[in-house]
Design a protein around this ligand. Structure first.
Ligand code: SDX
Length: 431
C-alpha cells in the first residue's frame, strides 16, 4: 500500500474529519474511508460499487475513458499479438514475463496436471444430458474440494501454488467433459504433446472413431480468445472470488463461486446472449426494430455485447477480437456468415445512434467472441464455459494476491437500512 500523501476533508452536522488519500501508480486517487464509521458514525453508500476501490492490486489496470487494459503493465493488444495464453498466465500469477526456462517449467507443470481424478468422471453422469455446461462446471469445480485434500489449506504457500496450477490445468478438461457429456460423446483425455489451446480443442472435437487434427489457425484464435478474457480487474466474478476467499474458504469452492457469478447474462453470459440476440434479429433489415427496443425504457431488452461498467469509449479486447473474427471466418471459409453481417451492421448503426453515443455504449469483449466461437463449431452454451476457463487464471491470480496480503480481512459490507424499526410481536388472534 502506498503511503498517504494528502487528505480529504469531510464536513457535515457541524463535524469535520480528515480522511487520508492514496495516489496509485495509475488511475484516480482513492480516499481511505476505513476509519470513517469509527470517527464519524456514518457509512458510505455505493450499491454496485461504481465509485469504490475494494482492494489494492498490482495485476490489471483498466482506463475506461482511454480504452486501456494492462496486465502487469503490458498492453493487452501487445500480449494478444506477441504472447500466448500460458505465458500470460505466468505473467498474471508471478508478475513478470518468464525466461525460456521458467516458461518451459511452468508449461510442464500445467501440462502434467490436466487430467482430473478418474472418480470425478462419475459427477458428470449425475447431471441430465441437457444440463447447461456452466451448471456442470460449477458443480464439478466445487467438488474438486472433495478430491484434492492436499491443496486446500490457503495458509500454506505450497498448497496455494498447487491449487493454482491444478485449477488452470484442469479447467479446460472439465469444460470439454461438460461439452462431451452434453452431446452424448465419450470423454477425451488430455494429451501432453499439445499446447493448452490445441489440447482444449482436441478434448472438445476429437472422437475415438477417427484422428482429429487441430487446425493451427483455429488453435491460435482460441489461444487469443483465452488471452483476451484472462483477467479484468475487480469485475463481478473476480470480486465474488475475493469475497468468498476472504472467509478462508478453499480455492476450489471460491472459484466455483466465481463461475456461478460469471454465468449471468450481464457478465460472462453475455456472449451466449449476444449470439442468441443476433440470431433473433436474423437479418440486417430488422436491426432498427431492435435498436428501438434497446432504447425503450419500458422494454427490458438490452443489446447484449454492448456497454460496459468501466469502458466508456472502447473495449480494447473487442478491437482485437474484431480482427480475429475476420481472420478466422475467412480461413474457415465462412465468408458470408449472416450473423457476422448482422453484427457488423448492428455495430455500425449503434455507434452512430445518438442514444448509444450519449450512453457511451459500444461493443464489448463479448460481442465478437461468440461469432468466432460459433465459427469454430461450439454451441452457444459453451461460450461462457470458455470464458470461465480463461478467467480462471485471473480469479486465481487475484485470489493469491489477496490471500498473500497480511492486511487481508473478511469482507463484510454494511447497509442503508430502510426497513421497520423495532415493533412488538402481535398474536395471531389480534392480527
Ligand atoms: C463483461 O466488469 C467487467 O470487467 C466485465 C467484463 C470482464 O471482462 O469481466 O468486461 C465482461 O461482463 C462485459 C459486459 C457484458 N454484458 C453485456 O454485454 C450485457 C449488456 N450490457 C449491459 O447489461 C450493461 O451495459 C452492463 C451490465 C455491461 C453495464 O451496466 P452498467 O455499467 O451498470 O450501466 P447501466 O446498466 O446503469 O446502464 C447505463 C445506461 C442505462 O440507461 P439509463 O438508466 O441511464 O437511462 O445505459 C443503458 C441502461 O439502460 N444501457 C443499455 C445497455 N447497457 C446499458 N441500453 C441498451 N443496451 C445495452 N446493452
Amino acid at each position: 500500500m502506498t503511503t498517504s500523501s494528502k487528505t480529504a476533508t469531510l464536513s457535515f452536522d457541524g463535524k469535520t474529519i480528515e480522511l487520508p488519500m492514496f495516489t496509485p501508480t495509475a488511475g484516480p486517487d482513492v480516499i481511505d474511508i476505513r476509519k470513517l464509521y469509527g470517527q464519524a458514525g456514518v457509512f458510505t453508500y455505493d450499491p454496485g460499487f461504481t465509485s469504490t476501490a475494494s482492494c489494492d492490486s498490482t495485476i490489471t489496470y483498466i482506463d475506461g475513458d482511454e480504452g486501456i487494459l494492462l496486465h502487469r503493465g503490458y498492453p493487452i493488444d501487445q500480449l494478444a499479438s506477441k504472447s500466448h495464453f500460458l505465458e500470460v498466465c505466468y505473467l498474471l500469477l508471478y508478475g513478470e514475463l518468464p525466461s525460456s526456462a521458467e516458461l518451459e517449467d511452468f508449461e510442464t507443470r500445467v501440462t502434467r496436471h490436466t487430467m482430473i481424478h478418474e472418480q470425478m468422471h462419475n459427477f458428470f453422469r449425475g447431471f441430465r444430458r441437457d444440463a447447461h455446461p456452466m451448471a456442470t462446471m460449477v458443480g464439478v469445480v466445487g467438488a474438486m474440494s472433495a478430491f484434492y485434500h492436499d491443496s486446500l489449506d490457503v495458509n500454506d504457500p505450497w498448497q496455494r501454488e498447487v491449487a493454482s496450477i491444478r485449477l488452470i490445468a484442469k479447467m479446460p478438461t472439465i469444460a470439454a467433459m461438460a461439452y462431451k457429456y452434453s452431446i452424448g460423446q465419450p470423454f477425451v483425455y488430455p494429451r501432453n504433446d499439445l499446447d493448452y489451446a490445441a489440447n482444449f480443442l482436441h478434448m472438445c472435437f476429437s472422437v475415438p472413431a477417427e484422428t482429429y487434427h487441430v487446425n493451427p489457425i483455429v488453435s491460435r484464435a482460441m489461444d487469443r480468445i483465452l488471452t483476451l478474457h484472462a483477467d479484468h480487474e475487480q469485475n463481478a466474478s473476480t470480486s465474488t472470488v475475493r469475497l468468498a476467499s476472504s472467509s478462508g474458504a478453499n480455492p476450489f469452492a471460491c472459484i466455483a463461486a466465481g463461475i456461478a457469478c460469471l454465468w449471468g447474462p450481464a457478465h460472462g453470459g453475455a456472449n451466449q446472449a449476444c449470439l442468441e440476440m443476433l440470431r433473433e434479429i436474423g437479418s440486417v433489415d430488422r436491426i432498427p426494430e431492435f435498436i428501438e427496443r434497446a432504447k425503450d425504457k419500458n422494454d427490458p431488452f438490452r443489446l447484449m455485447g454492448f456497454g460496459h461498467r468501466v469502458y466508456k469509449n472502447t473495449d480494447p479486447r473487442a478491437k482485437v477480437l474484431k480482427q480475429s473474427a475476420d481472420e478466422v471466418l475467412e480461413l474457415l471459409g465462412v465468408h458470408d456468415n449472416p450473423l457476422l453481417q448482422v453484427a457488423k451492421e448492428l455495430e455500425h448503426v449503434a455507434l452512430n445512434d445518438p442514444y448509444f453515443i450519449e450512453k457511451k455504449l459500444f461493443p464489448n469483449v463479448d460481442f465478437y467472441s461468440g461469432i468466432i466461437l460459433e465459427a469454430m463449431g461450439f454451441p452457444t452454451s459453451m461460450f461462457t464455459p470458455i470464458f470461465a476457463l480463461s478467467r480462471t487464471v485471473g480469479w486465481v491470480s487475484q485470489w493469491k494476491e489477496m490471500i498473500g496480503d497480511p492486511q487481508m480481512k473478511i469482507g463484510r459490507p454494511r447497509q442503508l437500512y430502510m426497513g421497520e424499526t423495532t415493533r412488538d410481536y402481535v398474536d395471531i388472534e389480534n392480527r
